[in-house]
Design a protein around this ligand. Structure first.
Ligand code: HEM
Length: 500
């Protein structure tokens, strides 16, 4: 028998053997068909959370997309979020390296955008101790109360003249006043190198720079680099970054000049001490890049989310006068009618306000996609293989509107949180305004205190109405933003003093 005949007989056998020996084909998640090179980028609109929402209704809660050459899996249900953030937290808790996040964090020397590992742990521990610990929170209580007084004073002036006030500006000044005094030891209302309005612009510009997709991140070196330069993205981001760096330098120089600070031991002072003394935080030697990286985190993550929440809460309350009435009656009955000042003890007494805040978080999570994660090894979720180095997005916007978890999900009904154990603390995966797992928000307690304090001051001392000629139907609900999603048009309301 010739070799040829042997081959004819043995060939099918080889095929079967080869098929059994070759690795099984991976079952990847479903997703919309993309185009060569750009993948699914052409299917994304202005807001990623809304584009993902629409696509996931068709393709399901585990959906594979391609941003250029980068695979991205979007999770859009309570169950899949739980699998990522709880079951596979350790394998998914690093952050992707992106051009803008690398730049704004001084080469990943921060907490929020840096990769998982020993340095991230050390920085988180240090900032946790200096900014977020219960002891620090207690010692800075007077700052929050002083800023509350200033807010009430400012609103009282508008109430006297019955002029509409841009609540976004008032609440930014309140929140930034607190956060920057805690972290930077500085009150930008009385500062000679920057004005509060400019700080607000810089926060928004920095957030947009970090949150906007850059082609360099999704295309092979060269091509993406070129597109970002031609489109102006590169120069826009770098311009904002250099403004931010020079602002941080002013804050640092001011600390070095002024030894005697008004507010004791802010984060910048503590870190400057660590830089100047040859001390280590665990295995980490703190440098000025770590200091500026953390300042960036405070700038990008610390201020706007709280302001956005308070604005959405006041917007929804204005759109739902019955809820507003019930809330103000509850607050005023519980706290009595002759208080000069809201204290933090009062925050524990106003249960319905907490429900209003929770419902606001459900419908308007400030960071609807949390922050992106990256798989550090191959994982399997709901039977789908998610390979190592896949970018992960959790769409809390979709989860908060999932009819399987929420009745009448598009409606603003704070009462839905009565008699449930569901809380925002990261154990209930249908409700994740602060994320969950290792990368969840370390500023949660501080953020919540500021939101509760701001709203309670607004709602105890003032009644609120729309400017003349405007009705509830005229309230615009359009969104704006990239990293954080805010109400696009300013919320202007007229305050009237309740106890005049
Ligand atoms: C209402 C207020 C706030 C909300 C809704 C909020 C929400 C969030 C969310 C959704 C994340 C991403 C979590 C994830 O990826 O799983 C986050 C992370 C973070 N937040 Fe907040 N936040 C608030 C206030 C604050 C404050 C006041 C600070 C600091 C001053 C802060 C600092 C951070 C940092 C450093 C991270 C990154 C954590 C990490 O990656 O390890 N946040 N926040």
């Amino acid at each position: 028998m010739s070799i040829f005949i042997c081959f004819i007989f043995l060939f099918p056998l080889f095929l079967i053997l080869f098929k059994n020996l070759s690795p099984p084909k991976q079952k990847l998640p479903p997703g919309p068909t993309g185009l060569p090179i750009i993948g699914n980028l052409h299917q994304l609109g202005r807001f990623l959370h809304k584009s993902f929402h629409k696509l996931s209704l068709k393709h399901g809660p585990v959906m594979l997309l391609h941003f250029g050459f980068v695979p991205v899996v979007v999770f859009s249900s309570k169950e899949t979020a739980k699998e990522v953030l709880k079951t596979h937290d350790l394998e998914t808790c690093t952050r992707p390296k992106m051009v803008a996040t690398g730049l704004f964090t001084y080469n990943f020397k921060d907490i929020g955008f840096t990769q998982y590992g020993e340095d991230w742990r050390e920085m988180k521990k240090l900032v946790g101790l200096e900014l977020f610990s219960p002891k620090k929170q207690k010692s800075f209580k007077y700052i929050r109360e002083e800023e509350s007084d200033l807010l009430v004073k400012k609103l009282s002036k508008s109430a006297q003249t019955q002029t509409p006030i841009d609540l976004g500006k008032a609440l930014f000044s309140f929140t930034a006043g607190i956060i920057f005094r805690l972290a930077f030891g500085q009150n930008f209302r009385e500062c000679d190198f920057i004005h509060m309005e400019r700080v607000e612009e810089l926060v928004l510009e920095s957030e947009t720079s970090v949150g906007t997709l850059a082609f360099t991140d999704f295309f092979p070196t060269g091509l993406g680099w070129l597109i970002d330069r031609i489109s102006g993205q590169h120069s826009r981001v770098n311009k904002v970054f250099s403004k931010l760096t020079s602002f941080f330098q002013h804050v640092i120089d001011d600390h070095l000049k002024t030894k005697q600070r008004q507010d004791p031991s802010d984060l910048v002072s503590t870190m400057l001490d660590m830089i100047n003394k040859p001390t280590k935080s665990g295995s980490l030697k703190i440098t000025s890049d770590h200091l500026k990286g953390v300042m960036s985190d405070v700038f990008l993550a610390g201020v706007n989310a709280g302001v956005i929440t308070m604005i959405w809460a006041m917007t929804e309350l204005t759109r739902h006068p019955k809820v507003m009435k019930k809330l103000q009656e509850e607050i005023r009955t519980t706290l009595g009618s002759n208080k000069d000042r809201i204290t933090e003890e009062d925050l524990q007494k106003v249960d319905y306000m907490k429900l209003v805040i929770e419902e606001t978080f459900r419908l308007h999570p400030p960071a609807p996609l949390l922050l992106p994660r990256l798989t550090m090894s191959d994982i399997k979720i709901q039977g789908y293989n998610i390979p190592k180095n896949t970018m992960i997005e959790i769409n809390t916007y979709t989860i908060g509107r999932d009819p399987k978890c929420w009745t009448n999900p598009e409606e603003f009904i704070p009462e839905r949180f009565i008699n449930t154990s569901i809380s925002y603390k990261g154990q209930h995966f249908e409700f994740l305004p602060f994320g969950a797992g290792r990368r969840s928000c370390p500023g949660m307690a501080l953020g919540i205190t500021i939101v509760e304090l701001g709203l309670l001051n607004l709602l105890y001392f003032f009644n609120w109405s729309l400017p003349e000629g405007m009705s509830i139907a005229d309230i615009d609900m359009e969104e704006v933003g990239a990293l954080n999603i805010a109400k696009k048009l300013p919320l202007e309301l007229v305050p009237t003093l309740h106890h005049s």
